[in-house]
Design a protein around this ligand. Structure first.
Ligand code: COA
Length: 169
């Protein structure tokens, strides 16, 4: 069966990620969305919370599974016996980081290929941290994330510490 893994931190999933998932699910017979434990980030949501949100959002896609992993991505791919990795390329600014990651993964596991998909241009500026930031300032994020994610953000985000500071305006 032709299968692929779409790894990411998904903290939280946005419409940009969903767009990549839908594109990949049209190409592959089995797609695993793998929520990673990225040790260089301090996520707002736990791995289980992120997985649960992704699961709810991909319900309409029958051959998409949601899983999590810790440690090396290529080792996870090997355990799953999957040889294709999906990454989204939003803009030129993503290229250097993605290029480095793809070549590092290729060095570690030459049998695994990274495939880049471009999300719809209307989503190409989106990022999870931007969405978290807008949500924390009580901005409208309806155009950026599915409803289940918006609700989770509404429940989770705390006002910035500056909110307690008296501004001289
Ligand atoms: N739509 C919206 N946002 C997108 C996006 C899209 N289509 N594609 C990427 N992004 C954003 C994310 O929202 C995130 O934004 P943020 O930094 O503002 O939160 C950013 O791009 C990058 O996130 P993500 O795609 O989740 O990648 P990552 O840099 O967090 O890496 C792993 C995640 C899990 C793939 C990576 O850390 C990994 O492979 N870890 C395992 C360790 C390993 O194997 N290391 C060796 C290989 S280098």
């Amino acid at each position: 069966m032709n299968a692929a893994i779409y790894p990411g931190t998904f903290d939280p999933l946005t419409f940009g990620h969903l767009d990549v998932i839908e594109r990949a699910s049209r190409i592959f017979e089995r797609l695993i969305v793998a929520v990673g434990v990225n040790r260089s980030k301090t996520p707002l949501f736990t791995v289980s919370e992120r997985m649960e949100m992704v699961r709810e959002v991909v319900q309409h896609l029958p051959h998409v599974e949601v899983d999590s992993f810790d440690g090396l991505l290529v080792e996870y791919c090997r355990r799953k016996q999957v040889h294709a990795l999906i990454r989204g390329l939003r803009a030129f600014s993503d290229f250097e980081y993605e290029f480095q990651m793809a070549l590092t993964n290729r060095k570690l596991a030459p049998e695994i290929e990274t495939i880049f998909l471009m999300p719809k241009e209307t989503h190409s500026y989106l990022s999870s941290s931007m969405v978290r930031g807008i949500a924390a300032m009580k901005g409208n994020i309806d155009d950026f994330v599915p409803r289940v994610v918006r609700d989770a953000l509404d429940r989770r985000v705390r006002p910035y510490p500056q909110d307690d500071v008296q501004l001289n305006e």
